[in-house]
Design a protein around this ligand. Structure first.
Ligand SMILES: *Cc1c(COP(=O)(O)O)cnc(C)c1O
Length: 368
């Protein structure tokens, strides 16, 4: 049996007619950028996440860039974030002349460790970007408390966590601003690039909305130095067609996760730890094992696709060598990078496939 780590085409095939209708409607309308579909998805996502405003943009990476610009992060400022994540935050901070400062992670949740965060805050810190990794919320009370009263913006990177909750609050409703990605692999994915900035702050929303259109207030009048980062109507219409199913898909991910938990109980792998405060949406189901590379190879032989999120911390990447981190500076990040494997995870996975993956892992440890 072949079980892919991810397969978005299954989702498309399950709703081909609806997607086709949505796409045709946009094509017939003659309106291809921003417009009513974008407004509708902005409203739907904002409402579901409890944020007052949603601003559709061209990608999750752009959402982070726009949030940093809107929050007035300037050259020389320090932006604190996780080294155990996708590269976007580090990249956009540096593009703005700011300096990314990496906080070590917690070994159980893989999210930033508030204790280390406290040590990394200086008088140059103007933003903290917690990443809700794999679909599980960061300890947001701890982060908000550390930022409070210091003029530090908290920007939630919720690219992997749409629908997740911290205590009773949805992610994206807590920080100063929040960012989502609709890249096809995300829990709500479009058929290209897309993203969204969310905020409860009216004036930040107005800035972000203007910034995505070159900083225009009205046509050809520029209030801010902006960029071109608009969500297009086709992606918005596709997202709208999918949005109503997101909750069901999240439930399916959670069911698959608890089946994996059950199947792996008898093995030495560490299954995902879920914090008391978290409603986990399992963007990834990521396990820990000392035998990572051998297990990956064994699973590949059994037809099971896996992935490593992430094999090298951002502080150890060639592109970020100038930041001056050395081996041992962020030991928990390095430790996790050597031990994580993400198993197949998407809502359309069938029970027999999940069982095949679980049984293969049991077999590996029995024989090993
Ligand atoms: C995917 C992702 C991004 C970037 O989103 P894009 O839409 O691909 O630009 C940023 N942060 C995290 C944590 C992500 O997973």
């Amino acid at each position: 049996m072949k079980v892919p780590q991810f397969d978005i085409a299954r989702q498309y095939r399950s709703m081909k007619a609806e997607i086709g209708d949505a796409v045709n409607e946009v094509l017939e309308s003659g309106q291809y950028v921003l417009g009513k579909w974008v407004k509708d998805i902005e409203q739907s996502v904002a409402q579901a996440t409890g944020a007052r405003h949603g601003i559709g943009v061209a990608s999750g990476t752009d959402a982070l860039a726009l949030a940093l610009i809107a929050c007035d992060v300037k050259p020389g400022d320090e932006v604190i974030t996780s080294p155990f994540s996708f590269v976007s935050v580090a990249e956009v901070a540096i593009r703005m002349g700011a300096k990314p400062v990496f906080v070590d992670i917690d070994r159980k949740t893989f999210n930033i460790d508030p204790g280390d965060l406290e040590k990394k805050i200086t008088d140059k810190t103007t933003a903290i970007i917690p990443v809700h990794l794999y679909g599980q919320s960061v300890d947001m009370d701890a982060v908000m408390k550390l930022a409070e009263g210091k003029g530090i913006a908290v920007i939630e990177d919720a690219a992997q966590a749409i629908g997740a909750r911290y205590k009773d609050k949805p992610v994206c409703s807590i920080g100063t601003m929040s960012c989502l990605s609709f890249y096809p692999t995300k829990n709500l994915g479009c058929f290209g690039d897309g993203g969204m900035v969310l905020t409860n702050d009216d004036s930040l929303a107005e800035r972000a909305e203007s910034l995505r259109r070159h900083g225009q207030a009205e046509k050809y009048k520029y209030r801010f130095v902006g960029l071109n980062s608009r969500l297009d109507s086709l992606q918005a219409a596709i997202l709208l067609a999918k949005f109503g199913k997101l909750e069901k898909w999240t439930e399916a991910r959670r069911r698959i996760a608890s089946r994996y938990d059950e199947l792996l109980k008898s093995t030495p792998v560490e299954t995902p730890y879920v914090s008391d405060f978290a409603y986990h949406v399992y963007h990834q189901y990521t396990i820990l094992t000392d035998a990572r590379d051998d297990l990956r190879a064994f699973l590949a032989e059994k037809g099971v696709g896996t992935a490593t999120h992430y094999p090298i911390g951002l502080h150890r990447q060639e592109a970020y060598a100038d930041l001056g981190y050395k081996e041992g500076d962020l030991p928990n990040c390095d430790w996790a990078a050597e031990r994580v494997i993400s198993l197949p995870m998407f809502p359309e996975l069938e029970e027999a496939e999940v069982d095949h993956v679980g049984t293969a892992i049991q077999e590996f440890f029995k024989n090993g």
